[in-house]
Design a binder for this molecule. Structure first.
Ligand code: DGJ
Length: 736
């Protein structure tokens, strides 16, 4: 077992990391170690104790003025304990103030992985080495319990955490903040890496030095958001892609979140992460529990690439459940940028005909097929096929598409309601609007109250009815605004603070019901592009539309940032038309293909308008993706250059897990007269093996793995703006 317990010291061992806690003689659960794998020594000897001014002492410390929670490293710090740093729990036990003090009570361990009711959580596959530790803490006066869960994924250097708060008192307990995890480190000087952005510009990496004080990221938007991502990294100053220690924190949650770091007066660093607590309160009735979302913590002592691999592999194996996870993802054509709202069945079939000719796998019909929906002002909620617009039934359209040899996918935005819709006319109370106030509109639409049973029943009934009416194998689940001034007509005044979390639970409930009924459905997440790109969503949707920005060059940044915390098989990316619809840039068709092949590949343009040359290039792209999909979906992904640091080109690599083959994509972002030579070095190969190389499909020599990794390869000189190239190598023995 990966969990070793001795004298109230709890040591969790993964392949390369050790995590340790200790219930001390007072019963406080201290955090004693997280880092490079070590032995089970009780590391509390490293904690320095002193009588520190203005650091109060808990009553249980008696005369000992050196014992203060104001500086001790703790596993789950709570408000009201004399710890003035950012904490994890604010609970009102009845006095009207936040006050509790949690002491170690007992523990459980078992093989396998805990699950969380109603929430996404990583799981263990049979035969896998995964263990669970549950630590139970109790308030020193009241029957309030905390169950701290730890899932130890030995192979991946991943430790998951979640908390259940249990009210065993005989009265209501009010929670105003319950985060999922805290990590205390005994030093400062760390870098904080996070991924900020905006609509059409998501997940841009920023690396900052932590300073004395609090740094915080949060989304108050009801979704994980375009603006910040619930995945962050703490890294030592000298950590690079290949060297150094780093710690990842990924929240498996699609609603608002809150991440804070604090460097304290004694140069110690703390990070806390969990549900957004602005506008949050929860009434916990006697006997009730509150379950927090899960945090997946990753560790690497050999740089950021390795940390990404921990997340890529563990999410691919132990978070994504879809029956599609091990299959080649369909290469699809989506009609959104091809037609927007202006289509009928004939137009769609014209695109489908070209798609079939190019040997694509699927046609996806995007927004505008239902209710009265010829622009984005109307119709949301009326999930009835607009046969007048299509010119036939959905089944007739789907049958024709299937007959051409293509699968069919459909867009929905189930959480929304337009004021100009039959649904709103019959159920205005289903929109989350504060009574007597004017609504805050976003893209002219309102948000459905996903906390209501009747709303969930309606949404499921409509989704199922459309699904049952035709052979639909894929759904793109969109969400096109942020939640604002939200109110539920069914929750009493004092429980409105529960709305945002209950909303997320309602969303997960519908997704779960959909997947239970249609286990082979491929669900693609979307929120105006990548506004809900989080690990929670991956539990339901193995791929997520990465951004509404389809410009290949801006996508280099977006996909680069996304790659740190999420497997590339989850990054949905399409070739679109030029000039690009978002920024007007013109890039070669080939380059657009190479960028889209960084993730799950597809097209989003009117295929019937492609030139003969573009069609030829598309054929090559489709052939390349089909041939190398195992590398793209399951290979180890390396960022060879950073688009934020290298102005001339961006390069990335996929290496097959057995090191038999590898692929490098390169996109040039600058041109020079009389250019200097440019080169890249392969990573992750077998140094003794001999590899044959092809540059842009042309044979380009034979090299040892050592030469490719240490000497590198010269890149072709770019011939036009935003030129690109593909380099493929295969181990010589495999080519016999
Ligand atoms: C936003 C999505 O990100 C787009 O791809 C498209 O589906 C539109 N919504 C449709 O309204």
């Amino acid at each position: 077992m990966a969990i070793i317990i001795k004298d109230n010291v709890f040591t969790l061992q993964t392949k390369n990391s050790t995590y340790q806690m200790k219930a001390d003689d007072k019963g406080i659960l201290l955090h004693t170690y997280y880092g490079k794998r070590t032995d089970e020594t009780d590391y509390s000897y490293m904690i320095s104790m002193a009588d520190r001014g203005f650091s109060g002492n808990i009553y249980e410390a008696r005369e000992d003025r050196t014992y203060s929670l104001d500086f001790l490293p703790q596993e789950f710090p709570v408000c009201g304990s004399g710890d003035y740093r950012v904490d994890c729990l604010h609970v009102d036990l009845g006095a009207g103030v936040s006050d509790c003090l949690m002491f170690f009570d007992s523990y459980n361990t078992y093989h396998g992985k805990y699950s969380l009711e109603g929430l996404p959580a990583m799981f263990a596959l049979e035969e896998e080495k995964v263990d669970t530790l549950e630590l139970i803490l109790k308030d020193n006066q009241e029957e309030l319990y905390l169950h701290l869960f730890y899932g130890v994924f030995e192979e991946y250097d991943i430790i998951t955490r979640a908390v259940i708060v249990e009210n065993q008192t005989n009265r209501e307990v009010r929670l105003s903040r319950v985060l999922s995890a805290c990590l205390d480190m005994d030093h400062d000087g760390m870098d904080f890496i996070h991924f900020y952005g905006r609509h059409a510009g998501e997940r841009e990496l920023e690396r900052v030095s932590l300073f004395h004080g609090i740094t915080e990221l949060r989304s108050t938007r009801g979704t994980s958001s375009h603006q910040h991502n619930p995945f962050v990294i703490l890294a030592e100053k000298n950590t690079t892609e290949e060297l150094g220690e780093c710690f990842g924190f990924s929240l498996l949650y699609s609603g608002g979140f809150h991440i804070q770091t604090e460097v304290d007066q004694f140069h110690q660093t703390r990070i806390v992460i969990g549900i957004d607590d602005s506008d949050f309160s929860w009434s916990l009735q006697p006997g009730d529990t509150f379950v927090t979302p899960e945090v997946s913590m990753g560790y690497s002592n050999c740089g950021l690439s390795n940390l990404s691999h921990c997340y890529h592999n563990s999410f691919q194996n132990n978070l994504i459940r879809s029956s599609w996870k091990n299959k080649r993802r369909p290469i699809l054509v989506n009609n959104w940028e091809a037609t927007y709202f202006d289509f009928n069945a004939d137009k769609l079939l014209e695109i489908a005909k070209e798609a079939a000719d190019l040997e694509l796998d699927m046609l996806v019909l995007d927004d505008g097929w239902f209710g009265k929906r010829d622009n984005d002002d109307t119709g949301l909620g009326d999930w009835f096929v607009n046969e007048n617009k299509l010119g036939c039934s959905l089944k007739e359209l789907v049958d024709k598409v299937n007959h051409m040899g293509l699968m069919f996918g459909l867009w929905f935005e189930p959480e929304m309601i337009s004021e100009d819709s039959n649904l709103y006319r019959s159920h205005p109370e289903w929109a989350m609007v504060v009574p007597g106030r004017n609504p805050i509109r976003g893209r002219s639409q309102l948000v459905l109250d996903m906390t209501r049973e009747d709303v969930l029943t309606y949404v499921k009934e409509r989704l199922f009815a459309i699904m049952d009416s035709a052979n639909i194998q894929y759904i793109k689940w969109d969400m096109n605004r942020s939640v604002a001034a939200a109110y539920s007509a069914l929750l009493p005044r004092e429980r409105q603070g529960e709305l945002r979390h209950r909303y997320v639970l309602g969303l997960y409930h519908v997704m779960e019901a959909l997947l239970e009924r249609y286990p082979d459905l491929l669900l693609e997440g979307c929120s105006g592009g990548g506004g809900r790109f989080d690990a929670g969503m991956l539990y339901y949707a193995p791929q997520i539309w990465c951004s509404d920005n389809t410009d290949a060059i801006e996508r280099l940044n977006i996909q680069y940032g996304t790659s740190f915390g999420y497997p590339m098989s989850s990054v949905s990316a399409h070739v679109s038309v030029c000039p690009n619809h978002q920024n007007g840039r013109v890039t070669p068709f080939k380059t657009r293909g190479i960028c889209a092949m960084q993730g799950t590949f597809g097209y989003e343009l009117d295929l019937s308008k492609l030139s003969i040359e573009e069609k030829e290039e598309a054929r090559k792209q489709i052939c390349t993706f089909k041939k190398h999909y195992r590398l793209f979906q399951f290979g180890n992904y390396y960022r060879l250059t950073s688009p934020l640091e290298n102005p001339d080109f961006t390069a990335w690599e996929y290496v097959d897990k057995d090191k038999k083959e590898a692929y490098i994509g390169v996109v040039y972002t600058n041109l020079h007269g009389n250019p200097a030579a440019q080169s890249v070095k392969f990573k992750g190969l077998c140094k003794e093996s001999i590899y044959e190389m092809w540059k842009n499909q042309e044979p380009a020599g034979t090299y040892t793995g050592a030469a490719l990794m240490n000497g590198g390869i010269l890149l072709p000189i770019p011939r036009e703006n935003y030129d690109s190239c593909q380099i493929y190598i295969s181990r010589k023995e495999e080519n016999k």
